[in-house]
Design a protein. Sequence first.
Length: 239
Amino acid sequence: MMSRATANRTIAVVNPTVHFAQSLRDGLVARGIAVTGDGVDLDDIAPELPPTPRRVLVTTQSPPLSEIATVLMKVSQNLYAETLLKALGASRGGLGTFDGGLRASRETLASWGVPRDAHVLYDGSGLSRYNYLTPETLTTILERMYKDPRHKETFAATLPIAGKDGTISSRLRRTRAEGNAIAKTGSIANVRTLSGYVKTRDGETLVFSILTNDFVIPAATVNYIADLGVEILSNFTRK
């Protein structure tokens, strides 16, 4: 008898919006509900939509942003990030599209003093290689959030804790940074990043951003070097 082996593969969804819309359409049709046309992305048809009132068929309330953002940041939930950028566009009075979210994010960053040429966004998830950010952009954002009395604690609570949870649960253990540093990772092939906060020996909070790309050494070595930098910061003292 021939034995059969099962292989599982994980692949990226090219367009999550179309995937969701088509899956919803197929699910409705499978339950006997007539649906015409295929699932589409609002980004693709927004310019063609007539300016007529729309009738709301059903509404649902999402969890608060603090809960959504915690999942997004702790485990790097890319679909949440993509959706959140589009929701940002809708919250500013526009359509829930990538372009709407991009305009809103540019306006916010400009108001924070981030130069226009210091950031290029091609998607909301960060998976595209056409996304470009400088360390200065990220440290400016982190510093701004730290100094914001309204959002500081909520934002900090979304970040993974070194050696404890999220994407850095196994990193920086048995160092002064364990349970101390809170930071967001970023990783695609030949790219590893780590940005966040760490307290020094004096209890001073430092902001850091370490971006590495186009490396030819093992990714684990790159992560080790980044962790070493954070550990050095955690041991820093001005005394």
